[in-house]
Design a protein around this ligand. Structure first.
Ligand code: PAF
Length: 293
């Protein structure tokens, strides 16, 4: 059922809406940077199904972009996004300006230091500090009962969970499965940057992960062998410029030598103008099972 979506650009305006919504039961929150796709919409659907009211935010957070990254070019199809949120039954969209979130400029930060320099963090210095800071601010502002995140950004999900746990946040963090195109490509706002040949090449991230998983399924437990199989698949795609392939512990994101327990098989590569990431969270024991990060 579609409900009318109300848009708040200022915190004060949002507070008025939130007072009303809170009286009606638990609030679910879906933070986004917009350019919404099925991955985001699956989070909105979960919130609408599980909570009395749903708030989404669209904020292209400057502190999580490094110099030379795509902050200015990041797609901002906000009218289309609003229509999608309304059709899914979201109640409120928080659409703040940078001044609303960083009134005095970015000054105080949250850094989950032992996790934020690993995997993608090694290639995007400061990125996860920006993410943790803005997510903490948004959680403080909206103060939801449940906040929803996608598994495609597994490192982000692990960092947000750890931040909320270590800083005694009161919010429940729910992490939901990656939504994929039919050919396996993980949905991402950055897929919009791909031309048709790059779009075809971009499936190599998922194919590489699937190849690494197949190695584990064959009974191999040397992490290096699975990483090598994935890396070789990635290297065969001339349009992909690999950044990393890693098999890491899901608990602390550090690379493992022996592939056992709850693991994150993570990959990042540049294809054309897009930096793409993908991952599989795996429970490796006798068998290999996909899990949520
Ligand atoms: O995953 C994203 O879109 C962003 O990193 C988030 C969580 C909205 C913070 O800016």
């Amino acid at each position: 059922m579609s409900r009318r979506l109300r848009v708040a650009r200022a915190r004060r305006e949002l507070d008025v809406f939130l007072r009303e919504l809170r009286a009606e039961g638990p609030i679910g929150f879906v933070p986004t940077m917009g350019a919404l796709h099925e991955g985001h919409l699956s989070l909105v659907r979960a919130s609408v199904g599980e909570c009395a009211r749903t708030v989404a935010s669209i904020f292209v957070n400057p502190t999580q972009f490094g110099p030379g990254e795509d902050l200015a070019a990041y797609p901002r199809p906000w009218e289309e996004d609003q229509a999608l949120l309304e059709a899914e039954g979201a109640d409120v969209l928080f659409l703040p300006s940078a001044e609303e979130i960083y009134p005095a400029g970015p000054r105080a930060f949250i850094d989950v230091a032992d996790l934020s320099g690993l995997l993608c963090g090694a290639f995007r210095p400061g990125h996860f500090r920006g993410v943790a800071t803005v997510v903490w601010k948004l959680l403080q502002i909206v103060d939801p009962d449940v906040a929803y995140f996608g598994s495609k950004d597994a490192q982000q999900a692990v960092i947000v969970r750890r931040m909320v746990k270590d800083l005694f946040g009161r919010w429940t963090i729910r992490v939901l499965p990656t939504i994929r195109e039919k050919d396996g490509l993980a949905m991402s706002s950055r897929n919009r940057y791909l031309d048709p040949s790059e779009r075809a090449a971009a499936t190599v991230l998922f194919r590489a992960l699937a190849e690494g998983k197949r190695v584990l399924e064959s009974g191999e437990r040397k992490a290096g062998m699975a990483v090598r199989a994935a890396s070789e698949t990635l290297a065969r795609e001339p349009l992909a410029r690999p950044e990393y392939v890693a098999l890491a512990s899901l608990a602390d994101l550090r690379p493992v030598e022996e592939a056992r327990g709850d693991l994150l098989f993570a990959i990042a590569a540049r294809v054309g103008k897009a930096r793409l990431i993908d991952n599989l969270a795996l429970r490796v024991g006798e068998r290999v099972e996909e899990i949520l990060p």
